[in-house]
Ligand binder design. Structure first.
Ligand SMILES: Nc1nc2c([nH]c(=O)n2[C@H]2C[C@H](O)[C@@H](COP(=O)(O)OP(=O)(O)OP(=O)(O)O)O2)c(=O)[nH]1
Length: 127
């Protein structure tokens, strides 16, 4: 299971540019990663947000569908995440990041699996 975070602040969603592996570098995604043994999905997502962005978060509700990855050997599951205590994300492991408005959602080359997640965002971004 791969979990990832949709973080929305003031009508913009955080998009992150991968730096590796070479075939995914330059593609955009939501921060997240693999659920490790013994972790819940929400714990894993909070850990990944701390590691990748340096922020504390509260993990909320699911966003979009489960998306099969890697020929069905993994699943991408996305949650809405709220930043705690005014923490501000930094690109600690990504090449860059951007806060996208609803009109900018198609302005970055998303990883293919993220396309159905991105399609679920306009109502959330319009509040
Ligand atoms: N984090 C994340 N991964 C995604 C997204 N969409 C998508 O297809 N993936 C894929 C890319 C990778 O094959 C896999 C997640 O790998 P990762 O490298 O982020 O996970 P990780 O931090 O646990 O990996 P590792 O380097 O510790 O092995 O899921 C997404 O929106 N966010």
């Amino acid at each position: 299971m791969i979990v990832a975070a949709v973080i929305i602040t003031a009508g913009r969603v955080l998009a992150c540019e991968r730096s590796s592996p070479p075939e995914a570098a330059g593609r955009w995604e939501f921060p997240g990663g693999k659920v490790e043994p013994g972790e819940t999905e929400r714990q894993a997502l909070a850990r990944e947000c701390r590691e990748e962005l340096g922020v504390r978060v509260a993990v909320g509700d699911r966003v979009g569908p489960d998306v099969p990855l890697a020929h069905g050997r993994a699943v991408l599951r996305v949650y809405g995440v709220e930043l705690l205590d005014g923490d501000v994300p930094e690109a600690l492991e990504h090449r860059s990041m951007r806060w996208l408005t609803v009109d900018q959602l198609d302005s970055v080359p998303w990883l293919p699996a993220d396309v159905p997640i991105v399609a679920a965002l306009p109502p959330l971004l319009r509040g």
